[in-house]
Write a protein that binds this ligand. Sequence first.
Ligand code: GLP
Length: 247
Amino acid sequence: MKVRVTDTYEDMSDAALSFVVDQVRHKPDSVLGLAAGSTPLLLYQKMCDAMKEGTVDFSRIRTFCLDEYIGLSPEAPQSYHSFMKKELFDGLGLPPERTRIPDGMAADIARECAMYGAEIEAAGGIDLVILGIGQNAHIGFNEPGDTFVPETHVVELSEATRQANARFFDSLEETPHWAVSMGIRDIMLSRNILLLASGAGKTEALYQAVCGDITPKAPASILQLHRNVLVLADKAAVARMPTKYLD
Ligand code: GLP
């Protein structure tokens, strides 16, 4: 797994856009897996701009988000429902029936997890999943642990993740303890994977993902086993990466 390095976050987002556009031009009804978080924000903005300018047509894509907090209503401003709607789906004009997100308020959460996996399968699987990486090398909300969890599942968020995500909430206390996440199998079955990393805060996590042992203690390291992964990172995120891993 090699890392394509760009000078800046903006350059990384441009390179990501061109990868996503190629995918959707090649298959206009592509199924995309989507991360929330700060890293893909500029990519999402650029996708909306490209759609507005008529460079590419995203109207036939279907999307499955990687994760959602448990206990937040879809309307809550910090929910990933709100985030994705505001940052991407409204700009692309995608209706809710094309944009599935786990329901963190489901009365029967185990059933919701099972349904989510079944819906991904019924859609023909994911063509391209766009991933960020947590500071502890999580992908989606697949947190470090003793095993890889294959299916969509309920996760207890680590303290490190809650602290990293507290910036989106009024306080750490208000930051949820639980989430639903697509599992590692769902991600690894995606036909293509785009992993994005930006900034010095991701240097260690990206090092573990690309150069470290394949271990559930650094969930992103499993991506080393996938044959179609593009890792895009800015200079700051590859500060301690040996050059043999750089493209
Ligand atoms: C979050 C999300 C992930 C995201 C990662 C990095 O907690 N669950 O999907 O990729 O952590 O987030 P950011 O891009 O904000 O650093």
